[in-house]
Design a protein around this ligand. Sequence first.
Ligand code: SAH
Length: 219
Amino acid sequence: MMPHLQGIGMTSPRTRERMVKRLSEQGISNRNVLEAMRNTPRHIFMDEALASRAYEDTALPIGFNQTISQPYIVARMTELLLSSGHISKVLEIGTGCGYQTAVLAQLVDHVYSVERILPLQKKAQAYLWDLKLKNISFMYGDGSLGWPDYAPFDGILVSAAPPALPELLLQQMAVGGVMVIPIGQSGKQTLQRVTRTVDAYKIEELDAVTFVPFLAGKE
Ligand code: SAH
């Protein structure tokens, strides 16, 4: 085990338990989601200087101008993704530090994770390997293209905000599949849940949220 995987004070299971209690008070009710977050050492995904703040309900910097989503948002998006029942294949856009990936990997059969900043993805990959989460495939690329080789997906989770629903991601949803995605310019984004039916897409506009922008191309 890497030294920073060993729990100390602020990063102990007890701290995680408090985070989970707070999440259920905030309205997260899916027991499997709460259990996955109880099991996942969030602090290992951050720089040591910030590890002691890992369980606060706040977004924190992970380098390259990006942030790790706050625990409530991770829980909320995961719960929304799983709301229609069992999900086998999930496409994640924006691996970031890999924390959301770790939570998803414990709840679905396989996660396909795309990131446009290579060093972030490499780091995430190493942390997820340390946690022995092996049901994850990584691609360095532009998430607006999705990952056609493995489409269609039962679930798509996007953790950066585009101005509108990306066409290619809609096309890569399975019938009955769900996409959870923040949409809009900074300052006025809403979290949307899109469900694909046989002949249409049902769009629900849910919470007001704050995400980093969804950017085109690779860095
Ligand atoms: N779930 C991640 C969120 C990181 S922030 C975490 O908790 O760490 C959003 C991430 O989306 C950033 O890493 C950013 O580089 C990535 N991103 C933004 N636009 C993207 C795109 N078009 N394709 C792939 N990744 C993208």
